[in-house]
Design a protein around this ligand. Sequence first.
Ligand code: SF4
Ligand code: SF4
Length: 221
Amino acid sequence: MNFRAIVWPQRCPALSIAQGQAGDHQLDSFRRTTVTSGGFAIRWRSSTLKSMGLRGPPELRQLRRRLRRAHRRDRTLKRLAAQARRLAEGLATSCGALHCCGSCGRFAPPPHGRYDGGFCCGGSTAELFCDHELQALALVGVRALQLKAAEDSEHAGCVFRGAQGCQLDISQRPIICLRHYCREAQRELHSRGLLSAAQRKIEAIDEAFGAFKRTRTYCPP
Ligand code: SF4
Ligand code: SF4
């Protein structure tokens, strides 16, 4: 089992009403909350918001705020982001599930050892989703409210890390997650005859994402 490759259902139909529209200050009020969409004001109970995944831990709300602010229009950056993400998603799909990812956290201290698998998901959400990553996600169309925290993710490092693996769809994960294979994972890839191809793909990803970062740094939108 590749701990990081587990894909969970992401979409709540009702979210389409408010997607990308609700401000976090709106989501935080104590008993009832107003969500604005297309000129309409809708009153929600906070328990309803929670069940819909509209609320979440502070690091998730901060991440959503940053994603909402990210630029979404520059054509050159969009092309470079799409290319890097296509390569990274292709790598994750071609390597598939790895057994070692389901047990690497065992016996490690928290947060890495919070669950049996996904040791490398024990980092900080804000650092994993750096500005480059968030900008690339925004440019390929990922929306803030599509990102939902894993159940019981407290003290597990990344807010999307849950008992069953990464909560996010592959298309929503940072490139750093998709191109990372620790030594143990590389050994497993080698035993399956996939390592050389994976290494070539990782080089291509790094080149493509490097071009995106350079363009973004020196020619900001
Ligand atoms: S890449 Fe390595 S550290 Fe990360 S989940 Fe897989 S085995 Fe664990
Ligand atoms: S987004 Fe978080 S939980 Fe998902 S693979 Fe990356 S570090 Fe792990």
